[in-house]
Ligand binder design. Structure first.
Ligand code: GLC
Length: 422
């Protein structure tokens, strides 16, 4: 039955010239690792299939970016054509560059409509390896109602956040909410911890692990201080279990009404505001705090692109799907339905997008000034660099070592990874 329908649709599309000279192809797209991502990805892919006469198959990657990268590397090693279109993390282009198609040949200049910095990030050796799909930056989500109840304002420094979290946590626990937490974030040993910890370090002016010129900067007193501060939260304003939290674990606690503050990405907004959310209407969003008064607000730059595997048997058709999925129309819908930040500056002036996500307008600078992980500087070695950093951070958070000892050891480890050059 399915084949009959396929043949029928293909014949119809051919008759109307939608496919031109080609045959109907089946494109497998890998997407849907968080929030409303799967739904909207499927919706837009299905729209494209209907319009083009081709077929789409959905492939769900693991929720963690670290696990997804491992999976794709296996597929690439086998030159597998199982997946045609892949969602790739902003830190991957230099790592998997040899396995992706140059989309510049198919984009007809559409990349000019996206933030230039993201396009530059996705361009390796002159090849456009991914079309920007959505961008991310770390944000501080908080309970507006609870801050007001306790006479507090959104914190501007981590020291203020720590004090506010303690005060509200103590009061809410005393009032009977025994599991109430001051602050939840991502501290599992994976890429998400690299993002959170880079924010702490950069907010104390402690640099960004490896700098743009390739120099290793992490062994400094400010970075050590930032890590020690985060360690002080564990078991105090944050549950010990946070050492095993990814994005969705933190969101679960916050969205159930059990935390005052949460560090997360923008997607958490639409889910927290959904009809069935216990905290709908009670969420505030602010830039992540500074490290002391002379520090700076630092949000790690995240985000995802759509890429075509070099091993796809129908690269042109796959590229056509990518262009559809990254169009202004699709990005607008994803912003409204799932609070995924567009990569097209023009959409930040769209009144529907801003009405659904006021923070996208109010915190525009947070998105344009976000701190990049050292992926460009370290190229193919980035995953090793990141793992060394998240392992070092996890040891400090688990109170096995101090910030100062840990950054010193990490410097040595990074020198080993670098050897003569990145
Ligand atoms: C988000 C970001 C991505 C980052 C990941 C870490 O998905 O968009 O860039 O690597 O979180 O967990």
């Amino acid at each position: 039955m399915k084949t009959k329908i396929t043949k029928f649709t293909a014949a119809l599309a051919m008759a109307f010239g939608a496919i031109g000279a080609g045959h109907a192809a089946t494109i497998t797209i890998s997407c849907g690792n968080s929030g409303a991502d799967y739904e909207t990805c499927k919706k837009h892919a299905d729209q494209w299939a209907k319009k083009s006469g081709h077929q789409v198959k959905m492939f769900s990657p693991p929720a963690s970016t670290t696990d997804s990268l491992a999976l794709y590397r296996q597929l690439f090693a086998a030159k597998s054509s199982d997946v045609d279109v892949i969602m790739i993390d902003v830190v991957w282009p230099g790592v998997i560059k040899d396995h992706l198609l140059d989309l510049g040949k198919f984009s007809k200049g559409a990349e000019k409509e996206h933030f230039p910095a993201i396009v530059a990030n996705n361009t390796v050796d002159g090849k456009l390896l991914g079309m920007p799909w959505f961008t991310d930056a770390g944000l501080l989500f908080f309970r507006k109602d609870l801050l007001q109840k306790h006479g507090l304002k959104a914190p501007t420094t981590w020291e203020e956040l720590t004090a506010a979290a303690k005060k509200v946590q103590d009061a809410e626990r005393a009032a009977g909410q025994k599991d109430f937490q001051g602050f939840v974030f991502q501290a599992k040993a994976y890429e998400g911890l690299t993002c959170d910890a880079l924010e702490w370090v950069a907010s104390y002016n402690g640099g960004s692990i490896v700098e743009k010129d390739g120099s290793i900067s992490i062994n400094n007193a400010k970075a050590a201080k930032a890590l020690d501060m985060a360690a002080s939260w564990i078991g105090s304003i944050a549950p010990a279990g946070v050492l095993n939290y990814g994005e969705e674990d933190a969101r679960g606690v916050f969205q159930n009404g059990n935390a005052l503050f949460m560090r997360n990405w923008p997607y958490a907004w639409s889910l927290g505001q959904a009809g069935d959310s216990p905290i709908k209407g009670k969420i505030g969003v602010a830039p992540l705090p500074k490290g002391e008064a002379n520090g700076k607000n630092a949000a790690t730059l995240g985000g995802w692109q759509l890429a075509v595997s070099k091993y796809s048997k129908t690269p042109e058709v796959a590229a056509d799907l990518v262009m559809y999925m990254t169009s202004a129309e699709s990005q607008k819908d994803r912003a409204i339905v799932g609070s995924y930040n567009p990569t097209r500056p023009a959409l930040y002036k769209d009144k529907d997008v801003i009405a659904a996500n006021p923070f996208m307008g109010e915190l525009f600078d947070v998105f344009t000034n976000a701190v990049a992980r050292p992926a460009t500087a370290t190229g193919p070695k980035y995953p090793e660099v990141s793992q060394a950093f998240w392992d070092a951070t996890h040891e400090v958070l688990s109170k096995k070592t101090s910030g100062a000892e840990s950054v010193k050891k990490l410097e040595g480890r990074l020198k080993q990874i670098k050897r003569k050059s990145w």
